[in-house]
Design a binder for this molecule. Structure first.
Ligand code: PDD
Length: 287
């Protein structure tokens, strides 16, 4: 079924949506994005995604073509027009179309940023059967650029990582740099050892996950111990359990790393509990 998408001020059927071949998002990956999940027709963690969008834009000296109120209205309008109950909303802001190819940024007074949003319907998103069995992951070298805190559309290496995982017959890849795990291809990574939740500290090395922030807050509120620090791949393989977080997978248990089973090889109690708490609290706060 054809979707209604949003392109630079207009709601149009996807077949009619157009972006210039000179758009810098297309030519240079000069664009940032956000993915917000929808459960029961409502947006999860919307203020967090908006705040991170502004941070990504400001780190790249890019303006935002709409106000926060308009952004919320567009998200809601797309949910309604496309009848989304459970799913995702993808948002991309690009530096725009300077009318030619040039490495130099165009003058922002002349070239306005572009904005595109579309929906992905995923009925039963929160009831994913994978959450009952957990993901298996492999490790691969992290050869991405040094500003992973900016959510750019430069996703070639994460896509290659997903393909390496697919070829290996597993669900995802964890990225490793100098022996320590940074994050998953499109999610933040955690291990649990002796009841302590360990996840990489925030820096330019990882994306500052919106789900991560919420999950760590809920974990601390539930009196769980959280350590924000780097952990090695070896430490991960010897962990009691592991999991990942992202806007699309919420909290997903990880049961195997490079063929090594964690604990019993089934989703652990901490990941399972955090998934329940995250879904319950986020649904309650959804707008
Ligand atoms: N990915 N790390 C990376 C590299 C990511 O791409 C993502 C999100 C995350 C988790 O961030 P959040 O909790 O805010 O979703 C961490 C999105 C879902 C995607 O690319 O589809």
């Amino acid at each position: 079924m054809s979707r209604i998408v949003y392109v630079n001020g207009d709601y149009v059927p996807e077949e009619e949506a157009k972006v210039s071949v000179f758009d810098r998002g297309f030519l240079m990956a000069d664009a940032v994005y956000e993915v917000t999940s929808v459960l029961g027709g409502k947006l999860l963690d919307f203020p967090g995604h908006t705040a991170r969008l502004h941070r990504s834009l400001s780190e790249l000296d890019m303006g935002c073509p709409v106000t926060d109120e308009e952004l919320l209205a567009i998200h809601r309008e797309l949910v309604v027009r496309n009848g989304i109950v459970d799913g995702l909303i993808y948002l991309q802001v690009t530096r725009g179309n300077p009318g030619d190819r040039d490495f130099v940024f165009p003058d922002p007074a002349v070239v306005k940023p572009g904005i595109v949003l579309f929906t992905q319907s995923k009925p039963g998103l929160a009831e994913s059967p994978a959450a009952r069995t957990g993901w298996r992951v492999i490790s691969i070298p992290d050869i991405r650029w040094g500003r992973r805190d900016i959510k750019t559309v430069q996703l070639l290496y994460p896509s290659m990582g997903k393909m390496m995982a697919k070829k290996a017959g597993v669900d995802d890849a964890w990225l490793v740099e100098e022996g320590v795990v940074t994050e998953g291809t499109s999610n933040n990574a955690y291990i649990v050892k002796d009841g302590r939740i360990i996840t990489r500290n925030l820096s330019n090395d990882i994306l500052h996950g919106i789900t991560r922030a919420a999950v760590l807050r809920f974990a601390r509120e539930a009196q769980m111990t959280v350590e924000e620090r780097a952990f090695t791949l070896e430490e991960a393989k010897g962990a009691d359990e592991a999991f990942i977080t992202s806007a699309s997978a919420f909290v997903m248990p990880v049961v195997e790393i490079d063929g090594a089973k964690l604990g019993a090889g089934t989703p652990g109690p901490v990941a399972t509990r955090l998934r329940e708490i995250y879904l319950e609290e986020s649904r309650r706060a959804a707008i």
